[in-house]
Ligand binder design. Sequence first.
Ligand code: PMP
Length: 361
Amino acid sequence: MTKITPQPGIMDIELYQGGAAHVDGVNNVVKLSSNENPFGPSDATVKAFEATARSLHRYPSSDHLALRTAIAEVHDIDADRVICGAGSDEIIAFLCQAYAGSGDEVVHTEHGFAMYPISARAAGATPVEVSECNRVTDVDAILEACNKRTKLVFIANPNNPTGTMIAAAEIERLAQNLPKQAILVLDGAYAEYIEGYDGGAALVDARENVVMTRTFSKIYGLGALRVGWGYGPKHIIDVLNRIRGPFNVSNSALQAAEVAVRDQAYVTHCRDANAKWRDWLAHALGEHGVPSDTSHANFILARFSDENEANACDTYLQSQGLLVRRVKGYKLPNALRITVGDEASCRQVAHAVGQFKGGAR
Ligand code: PMP
């Protein structure tokens, strides 16, 4: 029997690999594999979520006005130019679907987030991977890769899984010099981890070709709820809204996210704890002979001497109930990405890496 074939490009998509959550035979694992907030959501957010339980028979708001207004007030941006999605993944997908198709190119960096090429292919477009310079986004290389087929350029700043970031002036130079038909997408999934950083909102306001994406999955601790948002020029947000399903974000997610974004004291608390334990962990790993680049996010990219050593360390950590992320799929076979957990998890993972390096295997 002949197989019914999907659209061109779909079979080229490599399945997204999520972070491991279980180890056979080990109870009480410490999950440091998905860049989740170790403290979870704030108490006020949990309360808001619980309060929605009795209205599950009602469809959610389709214009997300209350959440967009809260986001706009907190970030001092224009609510009419905010769009909410089922995670920022959905905003990335909308951008590809709306702006890139067959014959078009979608540029992303060598160690960029996996959903950029996946969404590009899902839309029928061709992903174009651009080299980074020692695990840092290289604006000149991106500009060189652009041409008249380039429709979207995705950059995460800070980037996952490297944790590195580039300066606002570099981003501006990139936006300034893109071909005129291309949109620069600034993925700010980890922006809240940097005090005072706007994720690129000011650049969105200053230009017509920049879109910023953000998420509630990281510092707000709401990965399970699937809420993200985008901020862009009115004409682009209007386009994205045409392909957005009317009820793409659930009521529970909308209500919880609205309370979460207004609870900036909690964000500050999580940011401070992350910075403290990230620096401690990077230092401790360094002392054990495991270097990492300065991370601006809630994880560390720990580098080993080769792929074998990285894999052996991962296996050892698993035997200790510690789950981190292999990043070979991100072209970083010698590295492991370790989410910054709470104090106890950071101490445990540093101790275990020390034992591994000291010969315990
Ligand atoms: N962008 C980057 C850089 C990410 O690391 C992630 C989460 N892994 C996302 C976007 C998507 O996050 P979400 O869909 O949960 O908002």
